[in-house]
Every structure is written in structure tokens, then in C-alpha cells.
Design a protein around this ligand. Structure first.
Ligand code: GLU
Length: 491
């Protein structure tokens, strides 16, 4: 029987979940779901100074928002926990002890300053800036003698100095590292905490991770980690290093390129469906032409073989276009629900919207659905459905349009009268009414529609006038037309 797939996303909770991290999490998630495997979330929080609980909560919330639910991890639990490295310190200690006892690791008493000075000296002589192995030669007896009076020490791994370490990466192919370029790296710091390379390997082995899918900035760590696996006698997982993400100017994606955190995209009005779809295309493609994929389609079609070695370029315009597509195409119930949230945030409907507010929210959001690309634009688009337009604060054009009503006061009074007689304010009834009215009065449609639009919305542009009138309802339309006429001085 095939070993069940177990993959993990292992963020360090030192800030927001960024685009790159989210893409790595997504690839792990897709692979796990497709293989009926297990997706694990592990928090690499041993850097006490930089890790924070706030960051943990943001990462968990952003993962959930994206729909990347984990099977094992913080708050969910699982058989291989705990899932925070800060709660696994005993495990690292016992593995470090095991390596020390087997002579595969050693105590190092060199101070950070000494180590740095040696690295600099090596560099100056054109050599590799690596640890020179001073303490490698100490016998366990000599080490114990220095520890007894309280000397501070780190623990270093005895990296093989000859031979090669080979990675058969699912994406990069065969990558060969000459062991002589690897130094005896620290596995436990002088403060007793494990380093990333050590903790990650101890955990990946203990959690029986089968595939390590992560950013290719970790490729250079991989030979060290492979050596650790071998020293610990643990079976090697598969490795898949996904390409880095560049900004539109082809430099590494960073804050300079604008928002990079998932939370910021959510805040700006991107939909999780759009972000997931777009992230999947950062490095992966199905057939070079299909761009729209639902999560289910991604799960079905994703494969590591089709992930490119080459860096992916982040294109904000394409993401924006995609967001517009999802706004128009997600299920209507979901769209209505998200719309209500935006309208609440903007204070256009109450926190517990009344029935009337809910009906208006759905109607208004429906009318403008084709017109915008970010959910955060919705409140501005539909504000006039909820608030009377400020006729005293119109822009110049709208003001003139309103004032122009004075030229034919009777026309608008009689329109008001006609409208007040319509029983059902439906688009078709209104269409028929306007058609007759124009003919009777011998005016152009625009001569009526433009000023009326300003009365109803306070704007020169809006979606179809009849649609707006239908959604606003008779009472509001008549009231606003009357207010407009008053403002124009004809009532
Ligand atoms: N904590 C590491 C990071 O955030 C994890 C790298 C890995 O997946 O091994 O970069």
C-alpha cells in the first residue's frame, strides 16, 4: 500500500501571511487534497523575540479566509502534536542529545564574535566563510570539563566533509551539493533553542511528512537537512521547491510593490476565490491558456510536475481582472452575503440589518454587480440607495443639470404626477410610461432622464435609470424628485 501523503505548511509567526507564504500553503493544500492526504499546519515559533501571538492569530485567520483548512495543527490538534515548535523543545533536546552521544554533533564554545572573526578572515583569504571546526576536535571529556564551571556553548552538527549530497527535487530535478561547501552548522543555540534547520527536520521526521513543498529560498538549506535526516536515521521525504515570486519590475516581490499580505488584499476588497485562483497560477499552469479555476478544479488538476522552475511574476492587473470575474460569477447568495458585510462596514446598513435594509442591500448590490472589481468599491457605488443625495453639495455638472429643470418646470411636475399614478414600479411599466410621456411632451429622453438621475442619485452617471427606480421604489423616487424640484426652485 502507498504511504499516505502528509504535507505541512510551516510559517514562522513573525508578521502577516504574505503572498509567497499563502502560495506555498495553497500548493501544499492542493497536493494533500488531491492525494487524499493530510495537510498539517505547524508554527515555527522558536524565535521568541520575533514571534507573536498576534501574528499566529492573523495567519490562522488568513488561512481560514482563503479556505486552506488544515487537518492537523494549532487549535485542531492531531496525533502528531503539539504543532507549535515552542511546545516541542524537549523533543529537540532529546534528538540533540542522541546526536551528541553518537558523536554526530559536538559542543562548541566559540563566541559569536570569534565565529564572525573567523568567517571574515576566511573571506579575506578568498575562502569559504564557514565555521573552521575549532571545537570539532574537542573530546567529550574536554567538553564536559568546560561545561562544568558554566561555560556557554552551542551544539554543532558534524557535517560530512567529503562526498556529495544530492537532492532529487520534484520541481528542480537533480541538484548536487559538494559537502565540502557545507560547514558544521549550529543545531542548538547557546540559549538552548534549536535552529530552524534542526527543528524543521526533527519535526518533519516525527510528523512523518512525506513531501516538503516550500519556497526555493530554502533549497540551500536542503543538503544540511538531508544530512540531518541521515544522521537521525529517518527516511527522507520528497522535496519540491517552488519558484520565487517577482514583482512586475522583475525584482523579488516586496512591500515596494504594494500590498503583499493576504490580510491587506482582503481589506482592499479581493475575494478569497480570486486570490486562491490567482495564487495557483504563480508558478503553476495547467495548459498555458486556462486561467480560471475553482478550488475544486485546482484540487483535481494541480500537479507538482507542472510547477515551473522559473520565477513567477506577480501581475496586480490580472489579479484585479480576476477579482472582477469572481464578483460577477460567485454564487448569488454568497455575493449578497459579502455585499452585506461591505455595506455594514461602511455603515450603510446597521450591524443587524432590518428586513428592509436587507432587501435594499440585495437589490442595490444586484444592480451594480457588473460595474466594479473590488468589493470595497461597492458602498461608494450604491450609497444613494441608502442615503439621500446631498443636493446642496453636487458637483458642477450635476448642479447645472438640476438647475436646468427650471427651463421647463411643468414637465417635471407632470412627470411627478404621472409617476405617482403608477401602481407597480417595475422596469417594464416605467419604460412604457416614459415612452408615452416623451411622445406626449415632445421631449428627448435625455432631457428627462439626466435631471431625474441627478435627483435620485446625486450623480451624472449610474446604472439604468428604470432599474434604479424599480429598486428604490415609488415612495423614495417621488420624494427625491420633489426634493430635486425644490432645490431647482420649481416647487
Ligand atoms: N519556517 C520556515 C519559513 O517560514 C519554514 C520553511 C520550511 O518549509 O521548511 O520559511
Amino acid at each position: 500500500m502507498k504511504t499516505p501523503v502528509r504535507v505541512r505548511f510551516a510559517p514562522s509567526p513573525t508578521g502577516h501571511l504574505h503572498i509567497g507564504g499563502a502560495r506555498t500553503a495553497l500548493f501544499n493544500y492542493l497536493f494533500a487534497r488531491q492525494q487524499n492526504g493530510v495537510f498539517i499546519l505547524r508554527l515555527e515559533d522558536t524565535d521568541q523575540a520575533r514571534s507573536s501571538e498576534d501574528s499566529v492569530q492573523m495567519i490562522l485567520a488568513d488561512m481560514q479566509w482563503l479556505g486552506l483548512t488544515w487537518d492537523e495543527g494549532p487549535e485542531t490538534g492531531g496525533d502528531f502534536g503539539p504543532y507549535r515548535q515552542s511546545e516541542r523543545l524537549q523533543m529537540y533536546e532529546s534528538k540533540a542529545l542522541q546526536l551528541l552521544e553518537q558523536g554526530k554533533a559536538y559542543f562548541c564554545f566559540c563566541s559569536p564574535e570569534e565565529v564572525e572573526a573567523k568567517r571574515q578572515a576566511a573571506l579575506a583569504q578568498g575562502g569559504q566563510p564557514k565555521y573552521d571546526g575549532t571545537c570539532r576536535a574537542l573530546s567529550p571529556e574536554q567538553a564536559r570539563q568546560r561545561i562544568a564551571p558554566g561555560a556557554s556553548y552551542a551544539i554543532r552538527f558534524k557535517t560530512p566533509q567529503t562526498g556529495e549530497t544530492i537532492i532529487n527535487d520534484c520541481i528542480r530535478g537533480r541538484v548536487v551539493f559538494d559537502n565540502s561547501t557545507l560547514d558544521d552548522f549550529v543545531i542548538v543555540r547557546s540559549n538552548g533553542l534549536p535552529t530552524y534547520n534542526f527543528a524543521a527536520v526533527v519535526d518533519d521526521a516525527a510528523m512523518e511528512i512525506t513531501h516538503i513543498i516550500r519556497g526555493d529560498d530554502h533549497l540551500s538549506n536542503t543538503p544540511r537537512q538531508i544530512c540531518l535526516y541521515q544522521a537521525l536515521g529517518a527516511p527522507l521525504p520528497e522535496f519540491a521547491h517552488v519558484p520565487m515570486i517577482l514583482g512586475p519590475d522583475k525584482t523579488r516581490l516586496s512591500k515596494r510593490h504594494g500590498a503583499t499580505s493576504v490580510g491587506a488584499y482582503a481589506e482592499q476588497g479581493y475575494l478569497p476565490e480570486a486570490l486562491v485562483n490567482y495564487l495557483a497560477l504563480l508558478g503553476w499552469s495547467f495548459d498555458d491558456k486556462t486561467t480560471l479555476f475553482s478550488m475544486d478544479e485546482l484540487i483535481e488538476k494541480f500537479s507538482l510536475e507542472k510547477v515551473s522552475k522559473n520565477p513567477a511574476v506577480f501581475d496586480p492587473q490580472k489579479l484585479l481582472w480576476m477579482n472582477g470575474h469572481y464578483i460577477r460569477n460567485i454564487e448569488t447568495d454568497l455575493y449578497n452575503e459579502r455585499s452585506r458585510c461591505e455595506l455594514k462596514k461602511a455603515g450603510l446598513v446597521g450591524n443587524n440589518p432590518t428586513q428592509e435594509e436587507q432587501v435594499m442591500a440585495t437589490a442595490a448590490a444586484g444592480v451594480v454587480r457588473e460595474k466594479f472589481k473590488l468589493m470595497s468599491e461597492l458602498p461608494q457605488q450604491v450609497e444613494y440607495f441608502f442615503r439621500e443625495p446631498k443636493l446642496e453639495a453636487l458637483d458642477e455638472k450635476s448642479k447645472n443639470m438640476l438647475a436646468g429643470m427650471k427651463e421647463n418646470p411643468g414637465l417635471f411636475k407632470s412627470l411627478h404626477e404621472k409617476l405617482s399614478m403608477v401602481e407597480s414600479f417595475s422596469v417594464s411599466n416605467l419604460e412604457a410610461l416614459f415612452k408615452d410621456f416623451i411622445e406626449e411632451k415632445q421631449v428627448k429622453f435625455g432631457a428627462l432622464a439626466h435631471p431625474l438621475r441627478v435627483c435620485l442619485t446625486g450623480r451624472m452617471q449610474s446604472p439604468g435609470l428604470f432599474e434604479i427606480m424599480e429598486k428604490m421604489g415609488k415612495e423614495k423616487v417621488l420624494r427625491r424628485l420633489a426634493s430635486g424640484m425644490k432645490a431647482a426652485g420649481i416647487l
